[in-house]
Every structure is written in C-alpha cells, then in structure tokens.
Design a protein around this ligand. Structure first.
Ligand SMILES: [Zn+2]
Length: 120
C-alpha cells in the first residue's frame, strides 16, 4: 500500500511538471500577442508548482517575473543588467521587481590556485 501511494506521488509530480512545462510554453508563445493571457498561464504554472511542491523546472524562473507573472520579453518589458562584481545578472521587470541570477561560481567554489590576489 505504501508503495502504491509513493508511486502515485511520483506520478502526480511528473504530471504537475508536465502541465507546468505546457503552461509556460503556452505563456511564452502568447506573451507578445496577449500579455494578459500569458500572465494567466504563468500564474497557473506557479500555482501548480506551489501545490505539488515540485518547484519550477530549469530556466522558468528566469523566463517569468515572480511578482507580476509576466513573461520577460527583453527590450519590451524586461531588462538584464550584468553585475560583473558579483558575477550575476539582475533582471529588471516593468513592474519594478528585481531578480538576481548568478552565473559564476562563488569564490569559495574556486580552486585555491585561482584565488590570486586574495590574501587572509
Ligand atoms: Zn514583474
């Protein structure tokens, strides 16, 4: 019985991920034509992610604003500002939200030989 339930849980999660992917793909597709509808799709995807606790897969957090759920269209409603000091990119949304994404390894993750100029 326990096994069955676990299997169901896995299936539910796989299903949730699938619907999230479909919704986000749909949102990105409609973003230019109908931003409101795209936002609705994105909101649904977030809700499913929250409910199923599977989180948003892969690049989706970058594609959608967490605050207003609009699909980021660079040059239209979003801006990416690189911050070379911290090795990150700040995504600015037209709603005013800022999200930072790191693309570089943190200093602690680097090999000791690469930490030139850092003294303790
Ligand atoms: Zn926003």
């Amino acid at each position: 019985m326990k096994k069955d339930r676990q299997k169901n849980k896995h299936e539910a999660m796989a299903q949730a991920l699938e619907s999230i992917e479909t919704l986000v793909a749909q949102a990105v597709k409609t973003a230019k034509k109908d931003p409101e509808l795209a936002r609705e799709y994105a909101r649904m995807a977030f809700r499913i992610a929250q409910k199923s606790r599977c989180g948003l897969p892969g690049s989706f957090p970058r594609a959608i604003c967490k605050k207003c759920f609009s699909v980021r269209l660079f040059g239209i409603n979003a801006k990416a500002v690189p911050d070379t000091k911290t090795g990150s990119v700040v995504y600015l949304c037209s709603c005013g939200a800022k999200q930072r994404f790191f693309y570089k390894a943190k200093e602690n993750d680097l090999l000791p030989g690469l930490k030139s100029g850092v003294s303790h």
